[in-house]
Design a protein around this ligand. Structure first.
Ligand code: MRU
Length: 358
């Protein structure tokens, strides 16, 4: 099995090359298209923590390769010792970002594979590499299916659609193609899209920097707005539909996504604009009944008071709060677009629970 080759169009953010993982450095886009080569699991953990690689499915894929890299660093042929040491590496990768469940899903799958594979440690390493490739390839196919399924619920309209999205749920956030931007890509190819509106997505600006860049790479018309402009745009009839990604969806359909998604969903409801979440099965966490059980990552407050290296607010006598995600209640979500079809949040468990174990 071979991973796709690295390029900026189409975009493949995590690529296996001979003996290393090549990551598109997402902290440098759009100023620069550069890559970071990773050969050690601890460097992969750092790349996830510092958001060189980001977006729920991409983090999962990166962590899967991180487990394999860790497996190559372990210096023992004793299977039990090998598994114990791999468990330590898995925990280091798990500790990087708490909200995106795809991280834990991918690591658990790699560890389960390691435990269940018979034979020598050398054979086990080989199977782990194949599993990481599989996770990556499956995600690409999943995103394409999600994009096409999304087409079936986009509002019927005499004109082409104006679609608003938040953060970056694109190729950069997945193996390629994207979840919410997968729907965008499919709609664009089908001739149903007029324009994407991209929320800038304070504080890390994934919409302004990454979503706009991805759309521009493919010639998809895109307008960046600041996060506080969505209500104004909807009030003026400029938005037909909202599609966002997710980092973790609870069994009842409550969906955690980038901070600001919840307020966008409220604004969409107030203007009768349908609000969809596009996410693969690996983002659904059936172990938690609702969104109150989702751990919300809090990041360095410097992300708020600085833009780049420039301090924009007082740093003395002022406190800052920087939750990286929020939870949109299921009742604000018109449907969850998955690789298996589009489901009402309340139907998610009945429709998909059995598929997750299979
Ligand atoms: O903090 P980030 O940039 O990793 O957050 C990413 C998001 O919130 C995305 O919307 C989500 O992971 C879906 S990605 C297909």
């Amino acid at each position: 099995m071979v991973s796709p080759t690295l390029s900026s169009n189409p975009v493949y953010p995590v690529v296996w090359k001979q003996d290393r993982v090549v990551l598109i450095d997402q902290t440098r886009i759009p100023q620069e298209f550069s890559v970071v080569e990773i050969t050690r699991s601890s460097d992969m953990a750092r790349a996830i923590l510092t958001m060189i690689v980001r977006g729920a499915p991409a983090i999962g894929i990166a962590a899967a390769y991180g487990i394999y890299l860790g497996a190559t660093e372990i210096q023992t042929d004793d299977r039990d010792q090998f598994l114990t040491q791999l468990g330590v590496i898995a925990n280091e990768l798990r500790a990087t970002r708490p909200t995106a469940v795809n991280l834990f899903w991918a690591i658990d799958r790699m560890m389960k594979t390691a435990r269940q594979t018979l034979g020598t440690v050398a054979h086990l390493r080989q199977v782990l590499l194949e599993t990481a490739h599989q996770i990556c390839q499956d995600d690409l196919a999943t995103c394409k299916a999600m994009g096409d399924n999304g087409l079936t619920v986009l509002p019927a309209s005499p004109h082409k659609l104006r679609l608003l999205t938040h953060c970056n749920a694109g190729a950069l956030a997945t193996a390629g193609y994207g979840t919410a931007l997968g729907v965008v890509r499919s709609a664009w190819t089908a001739g149903r899209l007029e324009r994407v509106y991209a929320d800038e997505t304070r504080p890390r600006l994934q919409g302004a920097k990454l979503t706009s860049w991805e759309c521009a790479q493919e010639g998809i018309p895109v307008t960046v707005i600041t996060d506080n402009m969505a209500a104004h745009c909807m009030h003026h009839g400029m938005i037909d539909v909202v599609v966002v990604g997710a980092d973790r969806i609870a069994a009842n359909g409550d969906a955690a996504n980038k901070i600001g998604t919840y307020s966008l969903a409220l604004v969409a409801q107030a203007h009768n604009v349908p609000f969809y979440v596009a996410a693969p099965l690996s983002t659904i966490d059936f172990s938690i009944p609702d969104g109150s059980h989702i751990e919300i990552e809090e990041r360095d407050t410097a992300e708020i008071y600085k833009i780049g290296n420039t301090v924009i607010c007082p740093t003395v006598g002022v406190d800052y709060f920087n939750p990286a995600f929020d939870v949109t209640p299921a009742n604000l979500i018109a449907g969850i677009i998955t690789e298996f079809g589009v489901f009402k949040p309340e139907d998610l468990k009945t429709a998909l629970f059995d598929k997750q174990g299979s």
